[in-house]
Ligand binder design. Structure first.
Ligand code: BGC
Length: 663
């Protein structure tokens, strides 16, 4: 159906610009279909009338999805969640979140994709396409520079124009190519003006520069002065705001806004309603298949961080202790609006390992109970008994995690709870073969215990299939292929912001464009595990780099990857570009493309990726546009950001009128 805004009275128009309730748009006196919105990134979170949460497939959190480096899996993730949305009547899914991980303390990092804007943008774009392919809308969030939870309602993110474009806006710019039906503004002010009132961000940048045609919705409660948001072209204020109508009417009477401003936003809401009505909602997965998809993504996104003496995969005929409360009750995801309530019965890891490897012996012990609680005397006694069992085993699989990652709170430390650190060290005193499973949503400082253990598998917050995926990797049925989408620093002090969180009013992003690996590269800071890093049971060799010029600043980069092991595997290769000489300060290198390919044992695969204008450009505050400086650039092909295997050089020569972007 096509709606004409002239059929609405002024009251009905204004009514349409704020929610009817928590989740639905208004019907404007029954004239319009209401659009139902629901969280969130890692699966559907929809509330029942009594405030409880509907059951849905708990998918791996976006931090795990990013670690797959696989756009097809991000698409599959989106499709699967859309299926649950359709079953429950949600028209728009309030996801994905693409905020750049500026600090590992951010309590919502598990909901976000990466510290790198390109990786975050590309994965979000695929996810959005997946959701929307099923006739369900998305909400790309939180626009923008919302990089911590502490003071998220008040503290302005003071970001220079270059960093804003290159780091914080870039994922949105890339992801909007998928035409999300909605974009959600963040709570925080950006450069002194609330994101919800920031016309420069909403209109001049999102709509005019990025060409975004959809609806802009506020984060829940992010609107302060309704008419100012309206003037900034924020279309929809969510949830219902009782003061909205009066505030807008008064502003109209006073001439602070015009009828044109109102109609612009009303039209965008009408367009959304039409899109929802015209969408062909298609369910294509059964409940079992949705779970199978969750498993596939979890397997692809777990990262093997350490594997000394090739202790993994586990060997047949050995005796293992599977220890830790979490081995039975893993954390499927983080807390807050991204929390998903599944009814899937998660199997204990020990049982799954027994099934997978009947020729080995697995014994489970949960002691000490929840290590993040300080153990009492009884726990300690039981722990002692447990350590004695550990002594008799060939190896101990120890499941540890952080249950405190959640919206609304930041972490106060990036170390595990002291109870867990002690537990790991104690167990390692009794058994030299400790395999740690890390059930966390963000980077962890492991300095206290990493040298005491043989292996570390980052299982992450991998959703309801977490234990099946972990068992598949531990047993060798699945070869790990995930790589980190964020740096794991040696300690919090090595991060740019350390434990500084701003003063509640202003946080100055004085790190500029030097975020994540760009920071560690610049200052030569050693890290625990670099961006892009992850081990496999296979070994890969890179050769024969060839770079062919295909047009102005267009290149085709190709290289061979050979699996030089006898195990089939998948390898994520990463293409970084380095500007050899620049008139502005630039990062040492920047991720500009990547590829994930399955390569059979002994096989050689030729990988081809394309680099275009964006691979060489920086954001010029002189031209207010992207700019490419002519001259030499190096193209680096790496297995991680710190493991560069191949290097080549190109000489970029753009004509005078081709160096700046048109926007
Ligand atoms: C969160 C959003 C979420 C919304 C609705 C807000 O507090 O920041 O991410 O979509 O609530 O639950």
């Amino acid at each position: 159906m096509k709606y004409d805004l002239n059929n609405l009275t002024l009251e009905e128009k204004i009514e349409l610009l704020t929610g009817a309730d928590n989740w639905r748009t208004s019907s404007s006196n029954g004239k319009l279909r209401q659009v139902f919105m629901s969280d969130g990134p890692n699966g559907l979170r929809m509330q029942n009338a009594d405030g409880s949460t509907k059951k849905a497939t708990a998918m791996p959190n976006l931090s795990v999805v990013a670690q797959t480096w696989d756009e097809e899996l991000a698409y599959l993730d989106g499709e699967t969640i859309a299926n649950d949305c359709i079953d429950n009547g949600a028209d728009v899914l309030l996801a994905p979140g693409v905020n750049v991980k500026r600090t590992p303390l951010n309590g919502r990092n598990f909901e976000y994709l990466s510290e790198d804007p390109y990786l975050a943008g590309v994965m979000a774009r695929a996810y959005i396409r997946g959701v929307q392919s099923k006739g369900v809308g998305t909400s790309l969030k939180h626009y923008c520079a919302n990089n911590r939870e502490v003071y998220r309602f008040t503290q302005t993110s003071e970001v220079d124009e270059r960093a804003l474009h290159e780091i914080y806006l870039k994922p949105f710019e890339i992801a909007t190519q998928a035409e999300p039906w909605t974009v959600m503004c963040s709570y925080n002010p950006v450069n002194g003006v609330y994101a919800s009132e920031n016309r420069k961000l909403l209109k001049d940048t999102l709509r005019d520069k990025f060409g975004y045609k959809g609806l802009i919705v506020s984060d829940w409660g992010a609107v302060h002065e309704p008419y100012k948001s309206l003037r900034a072209t924020l279309d929809l204020c969510m949830p219902h705001n009782g003061d909205y109508a009066q505030n807008v009417k008064t502003a109209l009477e006073n001439g602070y806004i015009s009828m044109k401003d109102i109609d612009f936003c009303v039209q965008n809401v009408l367009n959304l309603i039409e899109t929802v009505e015209n969408a062909e909602k298609t369910v294509n997965y059964t409940k079992e298949e949705r779970h199978a998809n969750a498993l596939k993504i979890a397997e692809g996104g777990m990262v093997l961080l350490k594997n000394e003496d090739e202790i993994l995969p586990l060997k047949d005929g050995k005796k293992y202790l599977v220890a830790g409360y979490l081995a039975k009750n893993p954390l499927l995801g983080g807390g807050g609006s991204a929390f998903v309530q599944t009814d899937y019965p998660v199997s204990p890891l020990c049982d799954l390992l027994k099934d997978a490897m009947p020729d080995s012996d697995f014994e489970f012990s949960s002691v000490p109970v929840q290590a993040w609680e300080m153990p009492n005397e009884l726990d300690l006694q039981r722990a002692k008994y447990n350590y004695l069992i550990a002594r008799e085993k060939d190896a101990v699989i120890l499941y540890v995690g952080d249950p405190n990652e959640s919206e609304c709170y930041d972490r106060s430390s990036i170390r595990l709870h002291p109870g867990y650190e002690r537990l790991i060290k104690e167990v390692a005193r009794y058994n030299e073969n400790v395999i740690v499973l890390l059930n966390v949503g963000s980077a962890v400082d492991m300095s206290e215990w990493i040298d005491d253990v043989k292996a570390v598998l980052l299982v992450g917050y991998a959703g309801e299939a977490i234990n099946e995926a972990a068992a598949a990797i531990l047993s060798g049925k699945t070869n790990p292929s995930g790589k980190l989408a964020e740096t794991f620093p040696l300690c919090l002090e090595d991060t740019y912001t350390g434990d500084e969180v701003g003063d509640g009013f202003v946080e100055w992003y004085s790190d500029g464009v030097f975020v994540g690996y760009r920071h560690y590269d610049r200052y030569g800071i050693d890290v625990l595990f670099p961006f892009g890093y992850g081990l496999s049971y296979s070994k890969f060799k890179y050769d024969n780099l060839k770079i062919e010029k295909k047009g102005d600043a267009e290149y085709e980069v190709s290289y061979d990857i050979t699996n030089v092991s006898d195990t089939d595997g998948a390898e994520v290769s990463q293409i970084y570009v380095k500007d050899i000489f620049s008139m502005v300060v630039r990062p040492e290198k920047e991720l500009r493309a990547f590829n994930k390919s399955v390569i059979k044992a002994g096989e050689t695969k030729r990988i081809t990726v394309k680099l275009g204008y964006d691979a060489f450009a920086y954001y010029s505050t002189v031209y207010d546009a992207w700019h490419v400086e002519n001259g030499p650039f190096e193209i680096w092909v790496g297995a991680s950001s710190a493991d560069i295997r191949l290097k080549g050089t190109v000489e970029v020569e753009l004509p005078d009128d081709g160096q700046q972007s048109q926007i």
